[in-house]
Design a protein around this ligand. Structure first.
Ligand code: IPM
Ligand code: MG
Length: 370
């Protein structure tokens, strides 16, 4: 039986609660002999800062680098608003992405028929939506230098962030998008702001080049990122795979998430380059939602994005496609049966808590696995 090393980083806020539901499913998979998971847990974000004075320790980074996959909950909260910038909770996540080389962030947005009414858009606009945002994750304005606030001679301050992209960075994310499109609707839309940004001009050129030379059979469309945001709320089903940079991807994936009914529904996978010798990729899986400090500790959080993130790990890191399909099916079945956490419940509809939702998925998963 294959053995996989899993690092669980629940983080802050609702992170530990939703991760608890994932643990149940991982334990079940081990018990069933589907695979053996050796999991370790560690702190990240504000909880790591409270314990160690940093957003992630070097020891936790070392475990992450050695793991077959990292499952990440969420970080941040008002409690840490005043910690020094370099130690803010988000710094732990950014270090993981950067040091593990996780340049490709896949964010699928699927609107389950049962949830179409939970979306803020009309049912016919979102029902059956199935798109993937491929967000570049280790470059752009998130990491570009200089990144600073300096005080000028006149006492004013000046803040600088730097948007940087190289040909190689754009090529490799474009390839991820085209490869994914080939397995789906064979259509890629690439979003940038070439009308105001040099990085947008290069992005457009490089994506065009990769398309022409390597993927001429995939349909490619270029769209300005602002127009793309508008199109996502106007007619999201026109897209299949949407590839974009780190910052636009952050914004556009929040929009896409809301189309599906709730931020609490969206899983994501962050993948590194394939190791030439082993064929393995470093990988981290996390829900798109944040730590939701307002509902933390109340047992109200929706665990489906975290569970869906485990599903992506089964598919992309562990080659357990059947188990991943079964888990996706379990989520769909639970929703179809009418179970709702508060974030996706319609007005007047009864909502269940985090553990009830997790238990229901586990039960359906057991059935679906057969
Ligand atoms: C996300 C989040 C992060 C980001 C934050 C927590 C740093 O918003 O994963 O979308 O901006 O990338
Ligand atoms: Mg975000």
């Amino acid at each position: 039986m294959a053995t996989f090393n899993l690092l669980l980083l629940p983080g802050d806020g609702i992170g530990p609660e939703v991760m608890g539901e994932v643990r149940k499913i991982v334990d079940f998979l081990s018990r069933q002999g589907v695979a053996r998971f050796e999991s370790e847990s560690d702190l990240v974000g504000g909880s790591a800062f409270d314990a160690h004075g940093v957003a992630i320790t070097d020891a936790a980074m070392k475990t992450a680098l050695a793991a077959d996959a990292v499952l990440f909950g969420a970080v941040g909260g008002p409690k840490w608003d005043k910690v020094p910038y370099q130690h803010r909770p988000e710094a732990g996540l950014l270090r993981l992405r950067k040091d593990l080389g996780l340049f490709a962030n896949l964010r699928p947005a699927i609107c389950y028929p049962a949830l179409a009414d939970a979306s803020s858009l009309k049912r016919d606009v979102v029902e059956g939506l199935d798109i993937v945002i491929v967000r570049e994750l280790t470059g752009g304005v998130y990491f570009g230098e200089p990144k600073e606030i300096v005080t000028l001679e006149n006492g004013e301050k000046r803040a600088v962030d730097t948007q940087i992209y190289t040909t190689g960075e754009i090529e490799r994310i474009a390839r991820v998008a085209f490869e994914l499109a080939k397995k789906r609707g064979n259509k890629v839309a690439s979003a940038e702001k070439r009308n105001v940004m040099k990085s947008g001009v290069l992005w457009n050129e490089v994506v065009t080049h990769v398309h022409k030379n390597e993927y001429p059979d995939v349909a490619l469309e270029h769209v300005l990122a602002d127009n793309c945001a508008m199109q996502l709320v106007r007619q999201p089903k026109q897209y299949d795979v949407l590839v974009t940079d780190n910052l636009f991807g952050d914004v556009l994936s929040d929009i896409a998430a809301m189309l599906t009914g709730s931020l609490g529904m969206l899983p994501s996978a962050s993948l590194g380059a394939e190791d030439a010798a082993t064929g393995k990729r470093k990988a981290l899986y996390e829900p798109v939602h944040g730590s939701a400090p307002d509902i933390a500790g109340k047992g109200l959080a929706n665990p489906l994005a975290m569970i869906g993130s485990l599903g992506m790990a089964l598919r992309y890191s562990f080659n357990l496609g059947d188990a991943a399909d079964a888990l996706d099916k379990a989520i769909a079945n639970v929703l179809a049966a009418g179970l709702r956490t508060k974030d996706i419940a319609a007005a007047g509809q009864n909502a269940v808590g985090t553990t009830d939702m997790g238990d229901a998925v586990l039960k359906e998963f057991q059935k679906a696995l057969g």
